[in-house]
Every structure is written in structure tokens, then in C-alpha cells.
Design a binder for this molecule. Structure first.
Ligand code: KG4
Ligand code: ZN
Length: 349
């Protein structure tokens, strides 16, 4: 089954062609990173306007590069939410129009479900076995789910305030390291890895019996440290920034890894998946592997096979649509009635 998928929930316009939920025939992403770097974050209206400009050229590039014709396509998939309303509307309108024009069924996909099935891309269908626990963490969400089977989600924990990716973006802004914050901090920390760090920041909700996360205390602690050192020296040196960024990154990835592995132990499962923009972090991958080695040595850990499948992309929407074919919309009335779902938790919308 070949699915043509579109993802436009935030600041990436992406189209992809995916066969049977795993084989990526093509995936094109137009990233607005350079545009939003100027404002240090996504301005929703700017993102929506850019999507309008990019939606057709990106599709055209995909179809030209892959040589796939409309006759080869079995269904169209689209991110229906959650996300920025203006951004979602561009992808949804394009997908509805194509579905009606080409007489294809339409499959609406929950964005977080897309991130989860990003792990199935370019793997063979039996690689990842249920039941499993999955941590999906990006700029907009930070959730830990137990999945007994395909399409079934039990929310074990989530962030009570910022998502980890959002915390990366805000701390990078505080330190003047650029946008998006996650990769900027990771590169900066790597550059200074020889540096001896004395700072240790607290891990949110540590010592509590919970699978929830909290990064607001950590952020305040960083703000205090930045203000204190700035008052002392006039301005932060690169070494100061490196020390703070290193301690911040460790605190975040360690707490993400600890709760994920604890959830796997509590649920008695030996398959752990990580997805979402923050799963592109090599520091997170290392932290999870260390934690697994210590506490669940026989477990299997999966991250998306390519970094581009961690951050927003349409291939993951094509994968999720294949696994959630039960949601297919076939009639003209059903297709026209699809509007953005803005509620957040998977399973509710
Ligand atoms: O999944 P995504 O592309 O968009 C959302 O759904 O939010 O995730 C983007 C988020 C940003 O907050 C970005 O800073 C973070 O993922 N991110 C990272 C890394 N690469 C992207 N965070 C930590 N380390 C990284 N290497
Ligand atoms: Zn995302």
C-alpha cells in the first residue's frame, strides 16, 4: 500500500511517499528554521504563510524525484493535529483537495502518533515487538506511553510544564546559542567536551513516584546561575556558557532516560522506543543506552533510524496512517468534514 503523506503542523512543510508503513520511497522537507531563527522561535502566522508558498513546490519535487504517479497511490494521509491552526489548515486543505480530485481515501493522523511510528520507518515490520513503552518528546509534547498493541496507548506520564525540546529552545535563547535550541546546545556542548564542569542542576520531580516530568525548576535555576555569573563578571564567558549548557543537557537527558527505563520495568516490557525531535539528540541516546545497560540489560531500544525521522517529517505520517487504516475516510462527505483536531493527548482527539 503506497501512501502519500503531508505534514505541516508547525514550521516544516513535508511530503512523503511510504510503502506499507516502512519503506520510504521519498521524503521532502522544507524547513523554515532559517526564517524562525531571526525571531528566536516560531511565529505562527509567519509559519502558515510560508506553508502556503511551499505546499505545492515541495509536493512537485517529491513526485518528480520519485517518479510515482497518482495511479500508484492508494491513499493520502495528513496530520490533522495537534499543531498550529494556520499551519495545519494548509496541509489539510491540500490533502482534501488531492483526495477529492484523484478520488483517493484520506487518512487523518494524530501528530504524536506520527512521531511514534517514525520508529517503524526503514525497519522490517517484525523488528519492533509489542508490548512496549515509548517516550515521545519534542518542542510541543513530552509524553511517555505504554502500548500493548498497535493503536493502543496508555499515557503513563507527561511534562507538567515545558516539553524538553521547548526547554532546550528557551535555555539556548538565554545563552545566546541560536534556534532551534536542541541541536545548537548539543553542538556547543560537544565543542567544549574537554571542559571540566562543576555545576549539577537538579532533575525535576526527582525522588517522586511519578512518570511525569517538569523542567520549570531547572529553567529557573539556570536563569539564577546566568544572572549570578553575569553580576560577578559583567558577562558570561564561552566557558561559563559551556558549563551551564553541559549541565542542563545532562539533567534533561538523564531524567528522560531514567523515567523511560523505570516505566519499562514497572510495565514489565523489554522493548523501549524513543521518538520526537529530541530523539535526534546523541546525548539522549547515550543516556538511554547507559540506563538500559544498568537496569534492563536484555531490553531492546529503538530510536528512529535517521535523524530526519526524529524531527517533523511526512514519512512518519505515512507510517502512522498505514498502521491506523481503521481511521480511513472514503466518502466525499467524510473527506470534506475533516477539520483540524487541536486537542493534545493522544487517544482523545
Ligand atoms: O518534533 P519536532 O521537529 O517538532 C515538534 O513537534 O515540536 O521537534 C523539534 C524540537 C525542538 O524543540 C528542538 O530543539 C528539539 O526538537 N531538538 C533537539 C535536538 N534536535 C531537535 N533537542 C535536543 N537535542 C537535539 N539534538
Ligand atoms: Zn513534532
Amino acid at each position: 500500500m503506497i501512501i502519500l503523506a503531508v505534514e505541516s503542523s508547525c514550521d516544516d512543510m513535508s511530503w512523503a511517499l511510504v510503502r506499507d508503513g516502512a519503506e520510504v520511497l521519498g521524503c521532502e522537507v522544507f524547513s523554515q528554521e532559517m526564517i524562525h531563527a531571526q525571531t528566536g522561535g516560531v511565529v505562527p502566522e509567519v509559519a502558515a504563510r510560508q506553508h502556503i508558498v511551499q505546499v505545492l513546490p515541495v509536493l512537485d519535487t517529491l513526485l518528480t524525484k520519485t517518479g510515482i504517479r497518482k495511479e500508484d497511490i492508494d491513499a493520502i494521509a495528513v496530520t490533522a493535529g495537534p499543531g498550529l491552526l494556520g499551519s495545519l489548515l494548509v496541509g489539510i486543505s491540500a490533502a482534501q483537495t488531492l483526495a477529492l480530485l484523484w478520488e483517493k481515501p484520506l487518512i487523518p493522523v494524530h501528530h504524536i502518533e506520527g512521531h511514534i511510528y517514525a520508529n517503524w520507518l526503514e525497519r522490517s515490520p517484525d523488528d519492533i515487538q509489542f508490548p512496549l513503552v515509548v517516550l515521545t518528546v519534542s518542542g510541543g509534547h513530552n509524553d511517555l506511553y505504554y502500548m500493548p498493541e498497535v493503536g493502543s496507548y496508555e499515557l503513563l506520564g507527561h511534562s507538567l510544564d515545558d516539553a524538553a525540546g521547548e526547554a532546550f529552545d528557551k535555555v539556548a535563547r538565554m545563552l545566546g546559542l541560536g534556534y532551534p535550541g536542541g541541536p545548537a546546545i548539543e553542538r556547543f556542548v560537544k565543542e567544549y567536551e574537554h571542559l571540566h564542569t562543576t555545576i549539577r542542576f537538579p532533575k525535576g520531580l526527582q525522588g517522586k513516584q511519578t512518570f511525569d516530568y517538569s523542567f520549570s525548576g531547572l529553567k529557573s535555576e539556570i536563569r539564577r546561575t546566568v544572572e549570578h555569573r553575569t553580576a560577578e563578571k559583567g558577562e558570561l564567558s564561552l566557558e561559563d556558557k559551556a558549563e551551564i549548557a553541559t549541565a542542563f543537557q545532562s539533567s534533561v537527558v538523564e531524567v528522560l532516560a531514567e523515567r523511560l527505563v523505570k516505566a519499562a520495568r514497572d510495565k514489565n516490557v523489554s522493548v523501549l522506543c524513543v521518538s520526537g525531535g529530541v530523539s535526534a539528540s546523541s546525548a539522549l541516546k547515550y543516556a538511554v543506552e547507559q540506563e538500559v545497560q544498568k537496569n534492563l540489560p536484555h531490553a531492546h531500544v529503538y530510536f528512529p533510524v535517521k535523524k530526519m525521522y526524529s524531527t517533523d517529517n511526512a514519512a512518519m505520517i505515512g507510517a502512522a496512517a498505514y498502521f491506523r487504516r481503521d481511521k480511513i475516510l472514503s466518502t466525499q462527505e467524510e473527506i470534506c468534514a475533516l477539520t483540524p483536531h487541536l486537542s493534545y493527548t493522544l487517544g482523545i482527539s
